[in-house]
Write a protein that binds this ligand. Structure first.
Ligand SMILES: Cc1cc2nc3c(=O)[nH]c(=O)nc-3n(C[C@H](O)[C@H](O)[C@H](O)COP(=O)(O)OP(=O)(O)OC[C@H]3O[C@@H](n4cnc5c(N)ncnc54)[C@H](O)[C@@H]3O)c2cc1C
Length: 387
């Protein structure tokens, strides 16, 4: 039976749109189904990405999609210590996620993809060698399905943090400096963040295990006499990548495959790379009529990020076991360390293992802190870098 399309993409978020762009560029018939009535909203993401990662995903930092450029990060310990890390070399920008997603949709359409809005995928079935997708209005078939429905498709049993983010107006922060507030008592496993969008506007967010994020953000806003312009809530996934991304002729990409960094939950680069690789594997497979080529997607993604994700997950485990006293000690050690400059210049926003290894080498020089952390898995972590 002849299918309606070569490929159906379920979900028109960043990863679905990148996959659609890649596949449509090979002259294959691509159909994107997005349940929302507009691309790019609701805007749930903080939008931090490096210029290097953006260009890897095939986009340039135009004024339209970039809200701000970040040069420094100020990290607050729960007990009031602070450390400032220089980040100019990492060229980190804050995306306007709405415009970014719309730009991706335009490129996908220009390449020939059809995008259908307001179409929720209700069921997916494999039948007669085709994938059949049902919405409330119709059924469509394709040779391959790319599932990019985000966390609604992953349905994780662990690794979910409650999170919310406000757009605020205030006057105490600096335009080119993000702020991170660590506190394992009130935001266990994560932190509060402040990401400036301009001189007096910022994204303020918090995430953590089993927290009420609105309560915390409301208190912060009140204490800082800020004005709230927008509120959104959306969970963050830090549980690690799925074991398999490819199931017969269905490929999972982005959040749907757990491709968010286990440290910060950032997923535009790691999931976007998944979408690029999935798109290439799908094109290769359909052009050569060889479904086994789909596996290249998983193999190539794991070659780039496999070890990186293991190291990030291990670092997360250590952080989650640290109490506020230890976090404070670590921030103090970092702020007084001679190699803070090295950390500032060499750390990589896209590959956290580089910064993690530098932090470990600083800690190693401070036996009291190292001893504190041994119980938390520090040795296992150190051995991972040796191997
Ligand atoms: C608070 C927060 C802050 C973040 N900050 C950053 C950051 O600073 N940097 C970074 O890199 N990452 C960040 N992330 C992560 C990043 O936003 C995600 O990893 C990324 O958006 C994932 O893209 P995706 O396309 O895989 O999934 P999504 O963006 O979730 O897209 C999935 C799409 O599928 C659609 N959909 C769902 N179900 C169906 C259905 N049944 N039928 C049809 N369509 C459907 C949805 O409407 C949506 O459009 C943040 C996430 C959160 C929650």
């Amino acid at each position: 039976m002849e299918p309606d399309f070569d490929v159906i993409v379920a979900g028109g978020g960043v990863c679905g749109l990148i996959a659609a762009r890649e596949i449509a560029s090979s002259n294959l018939r691509v159909y994107v189904l997005e349940e929302d009535f507009e691309i790019g909203i609701p805007e749930k993401c903080a939008g931090l990405i490096s210029v290097k990662a953006l260009s890897y995903l095939g986009l340039f930092p135009s004024r339209k999609i970039v809200n701000n450029e970040i040069k420094r990060a100020l990290i607050h310990s729960p007990l009031g210590s602070k450390v400032e890390v220089e980040a100019t070399n990492q060229r980190v920008i804050v995306l306007n996620r709405r415009e970014f997603d719309r730009e991706l949709a335009k490129i996908a359409e220009r390449n020939g993809a059809l995008i259908d809005l307001g179409q929720k995928v209700l069921s997916v079935e494999n039948e007669d060698g085709l994938v059949k997708v049902k919405t409330a209005k119709y059924e469509r078939s394709a040779r391959i399905l790319v599932d990019a429905r985000g966390l609604s498709s992953l349905k994780p049993e662990h690794g979910i943090l409650q999170a919310a983010q406000y757009d605020i107006q205030g006057s105490w922060f600096e335009k080119d400096r993000i702020e991170v507030y660590l506190n394992n008592e009130i935001s266990p496993g994560f932190f509060k963040w402040l990401i400036p969008l301009g001189h007096d506007t910022a994204r303020l967010g918090v995430a953590g295990y089993s927290i009420n994020p609105f309560e915390q953000l409301d208190k912060f806003v009140k204490d800082h006499k800020a004005k709230v312009m927008k509120k959104v809530a959306s969970p963050i996934f830090i549980g690690g990548a799925s074991k398999k991304f490819v199931h017969n002729s269905i490929l999972y990409v982005g959040d749907a495959a757990g491709q968010t960094k286990p440290t910060t939950g950032g997923g535009i680069f790691t999931g976007g790379t998944g979408a690029v690789l999935a798109g290439r594997a799908v094109s290769e497979s359909l052009i050569n009529n060889d479904l086994s080529a789909l596996r290249n997607y998983e193999v190539n993604w794991k070659r780039i990020f496999g070890k990186e994700f293991t190291i990030m997950s291990q670092a997360r485990k250590i952080y989650e076991r640290m109490d506020n006293g230890r976090i404070d000690k670590m921030v103090k050690v970092l702020s007084s360390s001679k190699i803070l400059d090295k950390l500032s210049n060499k750390a990589d926003f896209d590959y956290h293992s580089i910064g993690i290894s530098q932090i470990l080498s600083i800690i190693k020089e401070h036996p009291s802190l190292a001893l504190d952390l041994i119980k938390s898995g520090f040795c296992a972590m150190f051995n991972m870098f040796k191997s």
